[in-house]
Design a protein around this ligand. Structure first.
Ligand code: PMT
Length: 410
């Protein structure tokens, strides 16, 4: 493969850990150099049993380091970590993956991983039993939740002579993943810098008694994905979240609530200073007239619950909007009839309405994916899109920004 040439020399820290696949890191160095990257190789002590230090230094044109000691008075690991466009660990052993997931920093490479704000990618290489072990699976999912990118191993013959999953991905695959990641991060725009974004997410729980409640199937994934995207794009983000079991978006001001009333109170406080409101929460339309402070015991009688309507938080907030604010509402519908959506857009008083078809399998509540029909008042931004909630979040923010840009020029 002819490596693509990048215009400006970017630094890649190539981390090499102890695996029989370490010798293939030499081919990676050559690819990276051919792609016009500056490469600094940092190896763990044990990696040097499998990896020729001098050859790596000749190929990379830089000294190979294993330890922060003896690097002089400058705090090199911090400098390197911050100056790098990406940190690539290839091969990544099970032990090193565990270290990263636990935030350990007992050698130069693990310290760099902890200190770096650059993208981190890793290409696991190990025996199948180690790769499929619950401990490794848990570490991989922790790393994934931090946006540390795995370049998955392949199935093939392993160091033990057995065949299975765990063989490090091909160097060209690794190189391509790295390039894609670096390109994506350089095109990451900070187009929400200076903007305050208020997002509601998750369900509301309306208490019936001490243990029972009326809730819904919202997982919070859509709202949290929007929060993560807005934070990445530079916004100051407040999330008002119903009860969910997700890791809060790093950098968000989190306000956790249970009931629709609590959600309304929290949103009302933050709405007046927000530039953008995105209402992705699934708010219960009804609440109980009275709830029991203790668990209601079974008494052989039918139990009739009297429900009363909750306030429409979104419509109420939209009525008190000030100029310059943009509001996006969501709609969970079992069929997407344009006329109904347009009515809802008007009734809620929002600029944009993102409607999910919740009868479609693999979309809407709980899923990682969604299909959204977006509508606005003059239909200029209306579009339907399916994909991962994380990608749809960026698309929806693009639409909000387009709407804001158009409103300014009108
Ligand atoms: O959380 P996930 O599992 O990722 O699922 C995402 C989602 C399906 C919950 C989300 O994409 C979504 O559609 N959220 C809105 C669900 C909903 O409540 O739809 P609705 O048609 O009932 O309400 C329309 C809008 O009014 C919504 O923005 C809602 O937040 C708001 N609303 C509703 C009722 C109410 N009393 N007050 C409100 O503000």
């Amino acid at each position: 493969m002819a490596a693509n040439t990048v215009r400006e020399k970017k630094l890649v820290i190539l981390g090499v850990t102890a695996s029989i696949a370490a010798h293939r890191a030499l081919d990676l160095i050559r690819l990276l150099k051919a792609g016009n990257y500056d490469v600094k190789v940092v190896a763990t002590e044990n990696a040097l049993h499998f990896f020729p230090k001098e050859t790596a230094e000749v190929f990379s044109g830089n000294t190979l380091e294993t330890s922060a000691y003896g690097l002089g008075p400058r705090v090199s690991h911090v400098e390197w970590a911050q100056g790098a466009s990406a940190v690539l660990i290839a091969p990544a052993s099970a032990d090193f993956i565990a270290k990263m997931a636990l935030g350990l920093a007992d050698d130069l490479l693990s310290t760099i991983c902890l200190a770096s704000s650059a993208r981190i990618l890793f290409a696991p290489a190990m025996e199948e039993r180690m790769y499929t072990h619950p401990a490794t699976r848990a570490h991989l999912s922790t790393l994934k939740s931090w946006n540390v990118q795995e370049i998955p191993p392949e199935t093939g013959s392993l160091a033990s002579g057995r065949s299975g999953i765990g063989r490090m991905a091909g160097v060209e695959t690794i190189y391509a993943a790295l390039q894609k990641s670096i390109e994506a991060s350089s095109s990451d725009s900070r187009d929400l810098l200076g903007k305050k974004v208020l997002i509601s997410a998750g369900p509301t729980f309306e208490p019936i008694d001490q243990v029972r409640f009326i809730g819904n199937r919202s997982s919070g994934k859509m709202g949290y994905a929007l929060a993560e995207a807005a934070i990445r794009r530079g916004a100051a983000v407040t999330v008002v979240s119903g009860p969910v079991s997700l890791i809060p978006p790093s950098g968000a001001n989190m306000i956790c609530v249970e009931t629709a009333r609590e959600m309304q109170d929290a949103l009302s406080i933050h709405f007046h200073s927000a530039d953008i409101l995105i209402m992705a929460a699934a708010v219960s339309d009804y609440t109980t007239e009275n709830s029991f402070s203790q668990k209601k015991k079974k008494d052989g009688q039918d139990w009739h619950l009297h429900l009363k309507e909750n306030p429409d938080i979104l419509a109420t907030l939209a009525k008190s909007r000030r100029p310059g604010q943009t509001i996006m509402g969501f709609a969970a519908e079992t069929s997407l009839v344009k006329k109904d959506l347009q009515d809802k857009l008007l009734r809620k008083g929002v600029d944009l309405l993102a409607a999910n078809n919740i009868s479609e399998a693999g979309s809407g509540f709980g899923s990682d994916n969604n299909t959204i029909s977006l509508i606005d008042h003059d239909d200029s931004l209306s579009e339907e899109k399916s994909g991962k909630k994380k990608d749809l979040a960026d698309w929806l923010i693009d639409k909000i920004l387009l709407h804001r840009a158009r409103s300014l020029t009108q």
